[in-house]
Design a protein around this ligand. Structure first.
Ligand code: NAD
Length: 231
């Protein structure tokens, strides 16, 4: 069985993905909450030094290395740019982008040696089309899609694929920042008139890490109920 490290596994998309993948993979989970599960490590990924201890904990658990990395941990910020402060930019950039970069660079040497690997980044449609008043968030997710494309090229010859899923609004605790009227607005402007369900993202992750998807790499896949194609 292949070994999966997934960040942001305590809630929403990551939790559903960990639940589905656990049926056919060895899964090591991270999140901010404490847990007594032995396949779990709690850390704050906005703090770059957490990455080293997380990798050490996962490697210790698996013994034979990490085959698949799923970078799902992330936070959203909705505020006009002039109300944001530099500290918030550092926090979001570290969490939404830099942790994925650091974790990827930590797992690549083993993947290269095994000549097999999968990296999935969970971006956002906001990083593809831009979301006004979520400028910092959109920028961190755009950076992530640049990482996805370039890294995919860098490691392609080693049978390592790197892909990104960009969800539209998904029904998770992250979306609880919207009030009832704002949720209705999201439904109204979305071509399919609905939120994405976490299971839809989880099933796409499952496909992208499978052998069947070996030819797909460097792709940004918008899973957004039509939100990115216009209204
Ligand atoms: P969520 O709030 O339900 O879960 C977020 C997960 O990230 C949790 O496990 C949490 O512990 C972890 N996390 C947050 N801050 C962290 C930190 N500082 N250190 C370590 N872990 C941290 O949200 P979700 O909707 O499941 O979001 C998952 C990913 O999907 C995020 O990257 C988010 O940007 C992206 N996304 C979500 C939506 C949406 O509408 N829900 C849309 C597009 C993209």
């Amino acid at each position: 069985m292949k070994n999966v490290l997934i960040t942001g596994a305590t809630s929403g998309i990551g939790k559903k993905t960990a639940e589905i993948l656990s049926k056919s993979y060895n899964v090591f989970e991270t999140g901010r909450r404490e847990s007594k599960k032995n396949n779990y490590y709690s850390c704050d990924l906005s703090n770059c030094s957490s990455v080293d201890t997380l990798i050490a904990a996962a490697k210790d658990y698996f013994k034979d290395g990490i085959d698949i990395l799923i970078n799902c941990a992330g936070q959203y910020l909705y505020k006009p740019i002039e109300q944001t402060v530099s500290k918030e930019a550092d926090y979001l950039l570290n969490l939404n982008f830099k942790s994925a970069y650091l974790l990827s660079s930590a797992v690549i040497p083993d993947m290269k040696q095994k000549r097999w690997g999968r990296i999935i980044n969970i971006g956002s449609i906001s990083g593809m089309v831009g979301e006004g008043n979520a400028t910092l968030y959109s920028a961190t997710k755009s950076a992530l899609s640049g990482l996805t494309r370039a890294l995919a090229l860098e490691v392609a010859e080693y049978n390592i694929t790197v892909n990104q899923i960009n969800p539209g609004w998904v029904e998770t605790p992250l979306a609880d920042c919207l009030n009832k009227d704002e949720k209705q607005e999201v439904i109204d402007v979305t071509p399919q008139k609905r939120f994405i369900e976490p299971v839809e993202v989880a099933n796409l992750v499952k496909y992208l890490i499978s052998e069947e998807a070996k030819g797909l790499t460097g792709q940004n896949i918008n899973l957004c109920a039509g939100l990115s194609i216009g209204c």
